[in-house]
Design a protein around this ligand. Structure first.
Ligand SMILES: Cc1cc2nc3c(=O)[nH]c(=O)nc-3n(C[C@H](O)[C@H](O)[C@H](O)COP(=O)(O)OP(=O)(O)OC[C@H]3O[C@@H](n4cnc5c(N)ncnc54)[C@H](O)[C@@H]3O)c2cc1C
Length: 437
């Protein structure tokens, strides 16, 4: 490999496990040189990709990582501000900062730390019900397929109706594959997104009991789309409610829940100018004993409204939290529905459009504790199988080709779309440069 593409110094990564790994090396290059490198052959495979560097699989022992952070950093806003092109080396915080000066935004997650992997894998956040997923804002993608071919694709105005050479069945499948399954098919170097008007948010955070959580979930399942409930369950349970401050009906619904719940510890309600200023999620729930140098793996599930099954789910969660092998292990959830359910299943690889809840399980252990790792992974798989009963879908925000759950996760994430994704992979990544499907 030509030396000009190799980064000699180990770049810092947000994810501690990836940061502690010993990769074969780091590649930093533009799209044309990447295409040439792929044609010359990169060994060993898979080639890993690092955008924000927040997932456990952006770097691993003995493998190359393509680091997008140095060379793919453009942020180009259209004249009227309704579109932005971003290089995939930018974090969500950097994108929001660039848009803020123009009074624009894109819907991000509960943290602005993640990079463009967030957008490409779906991008669920407090505004998903009001504005859709981050992915639903993508209107153009540039990059390099796993076979080295360069692409530059734009979204069809109406994919269902599109015919002819400009957006035929093949282009439609490529587009659908890249929206939600890009990590298996291609390296995306630039994303064009629709932007939203920057709007103020009301955020209410509090610590609650299991009974109060049950009441909050029941209420949230009836809310208008301007409000969303997020919660984190660790040593304590944190409620994190976000609501468009411009919607009086939604604000009133949140206020009436606050009255219904009565006293909640550490309750605070604030209005922030946008997601760039939202308070941290999960801090009220976490145990101080979880601090230290830890590694973790996360599995995210997707499912319908819990309705009548809520008491049984909360009983199961209570038991799982009691059995957690490390104080950092946590189960949390985000609310979907509204705009995120309006996008046709045929349009993206995020096929669980009927999902109302995205619970995720965070399994944590002390770095270098091999037995602790086994215990936490056993707990992760056990919690995953219990949550599957309530949430049959998977949100593949983190990929786990190194864990035994990988195949089952792929099946639950993509269902009957998986065989077509495999066909796409056989065309666009025939030698398995990128992680396996
Ligand atoms: C603190 C924190 C908060 C989070 N909050 C949310 C949330 O609210 N909602 C939510 O949905 N998710 C959330 N996530 C999950 C996160 O969005 C996903 O794990 C996402 O994939 C991370 O992207 P990244 O670029 O930061 O990480 P990376 O580790 O760099 O990338 C993640 C994966 O995507 C692939 N990938 C990244 N960029 C590209 C590219 N340009 N082309 C091809 N493949 C690529 C990589 O192969 C890698 O496997 C959160 C994660 C963290 C750490």
């Amino acid at each position: 490999m030509h030396e000009s593409h190799i980064v000699t110094k180990h770049p810092a990564l947000w994810n501690p496990m990836a940061d502690d790994s010993h990769p074969a090396g780091w590649i930093s290059t533009d799209a044309i040189s990447l295409s040439n490198l792929i044609r010359q052959g990169i060994q060993p495979t898979p080639l890993l990709v690092c955008a924000g560097g927040t997932s456990s699989r952006c770097a691993a022992d003995g493998l190359w990582t393509l680091d997008l952070r140095a060379r793919h950093r453009q942020l180009i806003i259209s004249e009227v501000g309704d579109e932005v092109e971003i290089g995939t080396g930018l974090t969500m915080a950097e994108v929001l900062k660039g848009l803020q000066a123009h009074g624009r935004s894109i819907p991000v997650g509960l943290s602005t730390v993640p990079g463009c992997g967030f957008v490409l894998t779906g991008g669920v956040g407090p505004l998903s019900r009001l504005q859709g997923l981050a992915m639903d804002h993508i209107v153009g993608l540039r990059g390099v397929w796993g076979n080295g071919n360069i692409f530059d694709l734009s979204a069809p105005a109406n994919p269902a109706a599109s015919t002819g050479t400009t957006f035929n069945k093949e282009s439609h499948q490529q587009w659908k594959g890249l929206l939600g399954a890009a990590p298996f098919l291609a390296v995306v170097t630039a994303i064009r997104l629709r932007t939203q008007k920057l709007t103020p948010l009301m955020i209410w955070r509090a610590v609650c009991s299991v009974q109060q959580l049950e009441i909050a979930i029941e209420a949230a399942e009836q809310w208008t789309h301007s409000a969303s409930l997020q919660w984190a369950w660790n040593e304590r349970i944190e409620l994190f409610i976000a609501c468009s401050a411009d919607d009086p009906a939604a604000m009133a619904a949140v206020q009436s829940l606050k009255t219904l719940l009565g006293h909640c510890a550490e309750s605070s309600m604030t209005i922030v100018p946008g997601q760039h200023a939202q308070p941290p999620f999960g801090a009220l729930a976490t145990s101080t004993a979880a601090k230290g140098h830890n590694h973790s793996e996360v599995i995210s599930r997707l499912g319908p409204a819990w309705g009548q099954r809520l008491p049984s789910l909360l009983k199961d969660l209570n038991q799982l939290i009691r059995e957690r092998p490390h104080p950092g292990c946590q189960i949390s959830a985000q609310q979907l529905g509204g705009m995120s359910s309006q996008v046709p299943v045929s349009r993206t690889s995020f096929i669980h459009r009927d999902a109302i809840w995205k619970p995720w399980i965070n399994a944590v252990w002390n770095a270098n504790d091999a037995e602790g790792r086994e215990r936490s992974l056993d707990w992760l798989f056990h919690a995953n199988s219990i949550l599957t009963n309530y949430c049959p879908g998977v949100h593949l925000a983190q990929i786990h080709p190194h864990l035994s759950c990988h195949k089952a996760e792929l099946c639950d994430a993509f269902q009957d779309w998986l065989p077509v994704l495999n066909q796409l992979k056989s065309h666009h990544d025939p030698y398995g440069l990128l992680p396996p499907l």
